[in-house]
Write a protein that binds this ligand. Structure first.
Ligand code: PEP
Ligand code: MG
Length: 765
């Protein structure tokens, strides 16, 4: 058996790691040095402290290459010139597998490759450990000695602690870029494919950013292990209490599968092996935080290559618990505090509220992946307005993926690839190009009139609320803005916007519209669009609670201020205003009275009044369907909000993950409702618009046109496909088809409609 290289016998087992880490810290924190010099010093210090002749640091470079970045002991000329591919040689093998190699005769290892420029032939022992960060191998740390011996387990453990410090130094000084590394195809990391539910269509490819990011650890080394152990114990107690609280709050019955899962999770939070490993790392001189991270990285590296789903579940548990423990150690609530974000990314989260989505720069966010979510939730609507694909219903994804993993999100079929294989990348890149070409094609056809086969024109409008892109509004086939969701700009704000702020935002919309119509919807705050400055209390059913015009009528000042801002911004142009969430005609009257009152006041104040004022109501609460006779004579126009109307008609919560997809609103019931509205509006000359998400999809929009709707409002990306559909539609033919084929109680008439479209040459894709 080969000899074992011990730790310096002059040091006791407990002291040695601390002495080593202190020396490492001194090398790291010496003032006025650049990162390369620090790394050089670090290599020398490690070699000296471990009585090894060589210490080398390899870092991962783009292209799956490991570069010798610093070395004490190998020939100086080899630094920055020796490069190995991941999987090549001993260093490449460590990077590919994320496992240590501790060898007494390295040259006998089948993976050994000899690099002349390094002069390593004189060294006969080799210990290499991976440098890990965010579960990625970012490099390899190697020590070598002349004697042919293996290194002791204590020394291996110490080198792991040092590896954590070296990794942080490399990341902190931007010597490696985790996003870059993840974008490479990494043989050690399995590619994964998930099937969820497409909530907003489109395809995107970009590295992953987690909505709840991993905590950044600032202090790695501690002087007082006893103190760190105390901190760990406190945090563990807090963690276990919070897990207990979470389990009892979930109110899950004993004996059920969910209960068993949570119990396993609870037991894992008390796992002695896990806690001992962390404690052990603290004794090597790391802070409690660094110790938790070190154990997390190592266990992940060790377990993630085992494909058993049971083990994978435990890896998720460990991930989750480690992150929670770090939050407890830091004494902070999980927040969305990120470091610098890449220029393009896929956001991964358990779930997101609309305000949370708005925290991110719209230009950089390319797709969203959620564990929960539903198609008509506001986060999905906002994503569609931003033209950002979303896939929801992918359980556990936020703990499976890592920051920087390359992800492909296919919103149309609900598929997500993480670390996709090369052929998938190529196919998706082609699909993205095809889509861009289609978009370009629609763009080229924007001068074609939105006119149906029977010669009738359809008014195509945009749904906006954020990021009004003037170029979309300039398109000749766009009539104007059919729905300006005025509450959206304020969701991320901490106080109610002043009249001046509001005026600026609305004026911008008027200016960008260049005389085209803009329909402003007064604010629809509440429901799942909660803002911190209006307290709605904790309602059992916020979607049916104190929201929108209900708040406006109870707090008229807020509504009056909004009207004032609209009148000012309008400044003598045409003003179109509609009220959301009207349940009874009396509410419409009351809101209208407030608007007229503000108009009078503006007149008294000498403001320029709107040239024309059109006042409308949204139809999104079923009770209004039974007051159409009273409503129509009072309104200038109505707009159907199918997202809410359908959730109340079918009594399915639009944010419910479980119910998403349960009902297909393409049924006889929907046809009757829309017809009822257009038929009631006709005699009064009231324009019926449709601004709910149903208008976005060509097949659904086709039915709306056959039911008599002539004004549709949708996100910019839907205009091209919907126009292509209506230009090939003869609405009276479909109306006849609906009479004959949709009132038989079927769960869905989708397939029949697809057949109709195919048989009649209506373009629905
Ligand atoms: C609707 O309910 O269809 C609608 C357009 O309003 P929102 O989605 O903003 O609730
Ligand atoms: Mg609504």
């Amino acid at each position: 058996m080969a000899n074992i290289i011990p730790i310096d016998p002059a040091l006791s087992a407990l002291q040695a790691p601390i002495v080593l880490l202190r020396a490492v810290r001194d090398a790291m924190t010496a003032p006025g040095l650049d990162a390369q010099t620090r790394l050089d010093n670090l290599a020398r210090t490690i070699a000296t402290q471990l009585s090894a002749e060589v210490c080398s640091v390899y870092l991962t470079r783009p292209g799956d290459v490991l570069e010798l970045y610093a070395s004490h002991g190998l020939k100086a000329g080899s630094v920055h010139s020796t490069r190995l591919r991941v999987g090549e040689g001993l260093v490449g093998e460590i990077a590919a597998t994320a496992h240590d190699l501790n060898l007494s005769d390295p040259e006998k290892h089948p993976k050994f490759v000899y690099r002349k420029e390094t002069g390593e032939e004189e060294f006969h022992s080799f210990l290499g450990v991976p440098l890990l960060s965010s579960h990625k191998v970012i490099g390899v740390l190697v020590v070598q000695s002349k004697a042919a011996r293996t290194y002791s387990p204590e020394l291996v453990e110490m080198l792991h602690a040092v590896a954590l410090v070296v990794s942080e130094l490399a990341i902190g000084n931007k010597l490696v870029d985790v996003f870059d590394i993840a974008a490479q195809q990494h043989p050690s990391l399995q590619s994964l494919q998930f099937s969820g539910k497409g909530l907003a269509s489109g395809t995107a490819m970009a590295p992953v950013v987690l909505h709840r990011p991993r905590i950044e650890i600032k202090e790695l080394l501690a002087d007082d292990p006893a103190e760190e152990e105390k901190r760990l114990i406190h945090a563990l107690v807090a963690l276990q209490q919070s897990v207990d609280a979470m389990i009892s709050a979930a109110g899950i019955q004993e004996g059920t599968e969910q209960h068993d899962i949570l119990e396993t999770y609870r037991l894992f939070s008390q796992d002695r092996g896990w806690i001992e490993r962390i404690t052990h790392a603290i004794h090597t001189g790391l802070t409690a935080e660094a110790s938790v991270r070190k154990v997390q990285e190592e266990m992940h590296a060790r377990l993630s290559q085992i494909t058993s789903s049971y083990i994978q579940e435990r890896v998720h548990d460990l991930e989750d618990l480690s992150e929670r423990l770090l939050y407890h150690l830091a004494g902070i609530e999980p927040t969305a505090a990120h470091g610098e974000l890449p220029d393009a990314f896929v956001l991964v989260a358990k779930n997101l509220g609309p305000a949370e989505l708005l925290e991110y720069d719209a230009a950089r966010i390319k797709a969203v992946v959620l564990e929960e979510g539903s198609a008509s939730s506001h986060v999905a609507i906002i994503a569609r307005m931003m033209d950002v694909p979303i896939v929801g219903h992918i359980a556990g994804i936020s703990s499976i993926v890592q920051v920087g993993d390359l992800a492909i999100v296919q919103g149309d079929d609900g598929v997500v690839y993480v670390r996709p294989p090369e052929d998938v990348i190529e196919a998706v890149a082609d699909a993205i190009k095809l889509k861009d070409d289609r978009r370009a094609d629609f763009y080229d056809k924007r001068a074609l009139e939105p006119v149906m086969m029977n010669g009738e024109r359809v008014s195509l409008n945009l749904n906006v609320g954020l990021f009004i892109d003037g170029t979309h509004l300039e398109a000749p086939d766009v009539h104007g803005i059919g729905l300006f969701r005025t509450e959206l700009p304020y969701l991320a704000s901490s106080e109610f916007p002043s009249v001046e702020d509001q005026t600026r935002i609305y004026r911008d919309a008027f200016d960008k519209a260049h005389g085209k119509r803009v329909i402003f919807r007064s604010f629809d705050i509440g429901g799942d669009k909660q803002v911190p400055y209006i307290h709605t209390d904790d309602e059992e059913n916020p979607a049916m609670g104190w929201r929108a015009t209900r708040i406006g009528l109870d707090r008229p000042q807020i509504l009056l201020q909004q009207f004032r801002a609209l009148i000012r911004a309008c400044n003598g142009r045409d003003l179109w205003v509609m009220f959301p969430f009207i349940a009874e005609v009396a509410e419409f009257d009351a809101a209208k009275a407030l608007l007229l009152k503000e108009l009078e006041k503006s007149d008294d104040d000498g403001l320029k009044l709107p040239a024309t004022l059109k006042i409308g109501s949204m139809i999104e609460i079923p009770s209004l369907l039974f007051q159409l006779e009273e409503l129509m004579p009072r309104v200038d126009f109505v707009s159907i909000g199918s997202n809410d109307l359908m959730q109340f008609l079918f009594a399915f919560d639009r944010s419910s993950t479980k119910l998403s997809g349960r009902y297909d609103v393409l049924t006889g019931a929907m046809v009757r409702v829309v017809r009822r509205i257009t038929e009631a509006a006709g005699p009064h000359g009231v324009e019926v618009g449709f601004c709910g998400d149903l208008a976005t999809r060509p097949l659904e929009a086709m039915v709306l046109l056959a039911c008599g709707v002539r004004s549709l409002s949708m996100p910019p990306s839907a205009i091209g496909p919907v126009k292509a559909m209506l230009r090939t539609l003869e609405p009276s033919e479909l109306a006849k088809f609906l009479d004959e084929r949709c009132f038989d109680g079927a769960h869905s008439i989708r397939e029949r409609l697809e057949n109709f479209a195919r048989d009649h040459g209506v373009v629905i894709h």
